[in-house]
Design a binder for this molecule. Sequence first.
Ligand SMILES: [Zn+2]
Length: 275
Amino acid sequence: MNILISVDIEGVAGVYHPEQVRPGNPEYERARRLMAAEANAAIAGAYDAGASQVYVNDSHGAFRNMPPDLLDERAQAIQGKPRYLSMVSGVELGMDGVCLIGYHSRAQGLGILAHTINSFAFARIAVDGRELGEAGLYGALAGAYGAAVIMASGDDVFIEENRDLFPHTTWVQTKRATGANSGISLSPAQSCAAIRAGVQQAVAGRSACRPLLLAETGKPLQITLQTQTTALADLFCQWPGLVRTAGDELRFSAPDIESAVRMINSLSAMSSMLR
Ligand SMILES: [Zn+2]
């Protein structure tokens, strides 16, 4: 039984501020260790429940946050970018379940450090009219590879936002949001204990979860992107096939969720030109 653990940092207990999620300062050095500790708790929970191989995917920023020597030696780490499947790289190996650790609410959400893929570039992402954050987009990408999201952790806003998409998933609340950069958090030790128990329960009960499919297989998806500035929409629409629908909005269609996510990540990379 293979389990994939995708780990972001904004939803980790004790993390509130952009400084904690941006490399190059002592706050980040501390936060990346909290991230690795929650990853290790999830890895332990998966092995407690009988996993034969656990893969841990580093899913924040440059995708190389968790110091490899601090990760549980039983797991194999997936790090570095760019990579086509991004936050769920590893699903192509064939997974029996995916856990999302340290995830956060989508752009414009009320959660701590809320954003969708790139806070500089995107104000809103919708697929066939349904607004999605990273859990929805990457949950659907995992779904296209036949893998269900069986467990997820983050703040209360993240959980409320995604409950309907993943009705049988096990949720672990690490903190309660009181603003974009404030909240009430479990201690790191308590958060890790809850994550370990949550993953164990989720892996044992994984058969209740179904892979997320946003549309019938073979049906193209319509993606609507709201950009943070009109200049970003000017830039993105240099790409043939993207249609400008408002000063800060554009649309494109994609044959499947993998193409949609790859296009969104390509635009995210392009946006660095305007930083
Ligand atoms: Zn992140």
